[in-house]
Design a protein around this ligand. Structure first.
Ligand SMILES: Cc1ncc(COP(=O)(O)O)c(C=O)c1O
Length: 286
């Protein structure tokens, strides 16, 4: 059998039918899954096949077994975490991405995906009002976005004291102090561990989880050497924003790098109604 459109068509058609059936069920179905991991693992527990199966049957069986274990996250009735629903063009484009199957590591090899990424970067800079020359990278999520922003800060604050991190590595480098609010997201601590930056200095937050700028000031005055301050746009529980203008100005007075965890709150910056919450966000370094 040749590898052409006909080869894929039956399984793809079945997948499309199952996808549409799922999307149609989302408005009314119960939010929670009906079966737990142990139940589902038992459902999947058949032996590994010795040979190929009919692709359409594989898709049908997958959809049948998976359906009772799905959480209706795209529903407006799902309040579990901050999860965005998808849009028709985005979902359809995501299917195309799998079909195109590009290994987008190099511009010359995969120019279309490179151009899409660059365009998205330009649009985001424009949308948020970031400086036109700022760098943009796509990550797998906010944990890795925090990791990348904090990695940039790590390199810069060490360079500021004359230490070349890329040349000499972290062993023997001057100690970096990272200051965070008491209600930062746990992924910040994880990113700091990945970066070998240890446990951060924690400053107080108010009852909404907003960093207290006076406590930040006190912390900044008590630490010496390279400093990174990590702020938050949108507390997971209350939606509160750290006081960016005041905190960033204090941190910059001490030569600190300022990173903002903008996991979902970043988008407030483009809202007429909520934009005030993100005021000063563009003054941060990452
Ligand atoms: C404020 C904040 N930061 C970071 C994260 C981690 O995001 P991700 O799961 O995309 O790594 C979350 C997730 O909810 C979050 O709310």
């Amino acid at each position: 059998m040749s590898i052409d459109g006909d080869y894929f068509e039956p399984a793809l058609s079945r997948a499309q039918e199952h996808a549409l059936a799922w999307l149609e069920s989302v408005p009314d179905r119960p939010i929670g899954p009906r079966r737990n991991v142990a139940d589902l693992s038992a459902d999947f527990a058949g032996p590994l096949q010795a040979g190929p199966l009919d692709p359409s049957e594989v898709i049908d069986e997958l959809a049948r077994l998976v359906e009772p274990g799905l959480m209706a996250m795209p529903s407006g009735r799902f309040y579990g975490w901050v999860i965005g629903g998808t849009l028709p063009a985005a979902l359809a484009a995501d299917c195309l991405v799998s079909a195109w199957d590009q290994n987008s590591a190099m511009r010359y090899a995969t120019p279309a995906t490179a151009a899409i990424e660059e365009t998205a970067a330009r649009w985001l800079i424009d949308l948020f009002g970031f400086p036109a020359d700022c760098g943009v990278g796509s990550t797998t999520g906010a944990t890795m976005a925090n990791f990348v922003g904090l990695a940039c800060g790590r390199e810069k604050v060490l360079a500021d004291v004359g230490y070349d991190l890329n040349a000499h590595g972290l062993t023997g480098a001057p100690r970096i102090t990272v200051i965070v609010g008491a209600e930062r997201h746990a992924s910040v601590d994880l990113a700091l561990r990945y970066l070998a930056l240890g446990t951060p200095v924690v400053v107080e937050a108010d009852e909404q989880g907003r960093m207290d700028a006076r406590s930040l000031d006190t912390a900044l005055q008590s630490v010496g050497g390279p400093v990174i301050v990590c702020l938050q746009a949108g507390n997971l529980h209350s939606g509160a924003f750290d006081p960016f203008e005041e905190a960033i100005s204090l941190a910059h007075e001490h030569g600190a790098w300022v990173h903002i965890d903008g996991a979902f709150g970043l988008w407030a910056g483009i809202s007429e109604r909520l934009g005030g919450l993100a005021k000063g966000m563009t003054l941060a370094d990452s």
